[in-house]
Write a protein that binds this ligand. Sequence first.
Ligand SMILES: [Zn+2]
Length: 148
Amino acid sequence: MLRKLIACLSLILVMTNSLDAPDVEALAKLIVDEGVVQHVDLNRVRFIRSFNARFRSYARIFGLSRPIREALKTNVCYVVEVNAELFDGLPSAEKIRVVIHELTHIPNGCNGSLRSHRSRSFRTNTHRKARVLAVKLEGSKLDDLNPA
Ligand SMILES: [Zn+2]
């Protein structure tokens, strides 16, 4: 209960200190369009960029359970937050790997729960998938995705 409350409060904090991240959303759309991640409904995922974030990873994902969605009157099930200071300087192939990783946390059905790193989905090689996709796109589409 306390853990859920803390998660909810940190999510609200995240949403107030962050900007939309259309470049990350576009990257996620490429990943889904190319079939690397197939089960995610991106209409229900929001992508945001945090500055001076206190977490030390490139990105993280939050799931919104049904009561929270109803309380906030939103259809959004997941929020992917990138850490601007760490994520923005990454090469495109690494950004792809990070976004694939976060999308892999979303289970079938997009119900607000999260797959753990121990789940079978994480045993497939996201590094290899990201490299294959980066080579396929050959930088052309990726150049347009860098934040202004
Ligand atoms: Zn993870």
